[in-house]
Design a protein. Structure first.
Length: 302
């Protein structure tokens, strides 16, 4: 009699994600993996290594650089791409602004997070990508929870939650019309805690941003923001040095830090287990309206 091995929770998530990545390779002609140097996209790269090694990835890594990124994330992005020997394509929001295709925000904290959609859609058109793989998870934000694993976008990059396809028994339908695109989310069913526990189990390297460090900060709307060349300080702003870390990484103008002494994976996992705030609760651009994320996604945002 054979003995069946019961997979752990993380092993089940890993197996599902690898299956999805292989489905992308099988169903699409020109896929891409969107890679920012953040923990979720780093996890995706690790899963892709398990899915396709010893062969090469059947897709390039693509980063839409807003110009407001953390340098630690950019440095890590470049090191990892070089280490694994995979192609990295970088396109710049600044080019879209210079070409008059995107208009930069004004104000003290001008985020480029929304206008990166213009650059993303141009990049999809330039390389004729028919599928873009990303690290979004359903637990991040309520609009994300409406996504399917294979999320079909129209010829303008737009997303309609009412037109999402059923995904019964892990059957994913990648058939699209010419000009359409599919955004694929292999870690949709993971939580923030799952990601961190997987990072610990697999000993995955991360940028130093995610661990406690001293940084100059300024307060806004009861959130801690890093001082950078991208924000405008006035006489009423008090710059302080605090020990902080980041739970999520986006533009420096819209990503808040949390005060933390967590400098190991075990510390971070314990901190998340007891946290009463969501991961994206520290993203200023998500607080602009009740439907901020959904509005961006309808316009082509990832």
């Amino acid at each position: 009699m054979t003995t069946r091995t019961r997979l752990s929770h993380l092993q089940q998530l890993e197996a599902e994600s690898i299956y999805i990545l292989r489905e992308v390779a099988a169903q699409f002609e020109r896929p891409a993996l969107l890679f920012s140097g953040g923990k979720d996209s780093i996890t995706l790269v690790h899963l892709a290594l398990k899915a396709f090694r010893p062969g090469r990835f059947p897709f390039p890594l693509v980063h839409i650089d807003t110009g407001h990124n953390f340098q630690e994330a950019l440095d890590f992005r470049d090191r990892l791409a070089q280490k694994i020997g995979e192609k990295l394509i970088v396109r710049y929001v600044q080019d879209s602004i210079d070409q008059g295709k995107a208009v930069e925000e004004k104000g003290k904290f001008p985020s480029r997070n929304g206008i990166q959609t213009v650059t993303l859609l141009d990049t999809i058109s330039e390389f004729k990508f028919d599928a873009c793989i990303g690290g979004a998870r359903r637990d991040e934000e309520k609009a994300r929870a409406k996504e399917r694993v294979f999320s079909v976008r129209d010829e303008f990059g737009g997303w309609d939650p009412k037109l999402q396809r059923p995904e019964l028994w892990n059957i994913y339908n990648g058939k699209i019309h010419v000009g359409e695109n599919v955004r694929v989310f292999p870690i949709s069913n993971w939580t923030e805690l799952d990601v961190w526990e997987y990072i610990k189990a697999e000993n995955i390297e991360l940028p130093s941003l995610y661990f406690s460090h001293k940084r100059e900060i300024v307060w806004r709307e009861n959130l801690i923001f890093p001082v950078s060349e991208f924000i405008t300080l006035d006489s009423g702003d008090q710059v302080e040095e605090r020990t902080v870390r980041f739970r999520t990484v986006g533009d420096m103008t819209c990503t808040a830090a949390v005060e933390s002494e967590a400098n190991s994976l075990d510390d971070i996992i314990r901190e998340i287990q007891t946290s009463r705030t969501t991961e994206r609760g520290s993203r200023l651009d998500d607080k602009r309206s009740e439907a901020a994320m959904e509005e961006r996604k309808r316009g082509g945002y990832f």
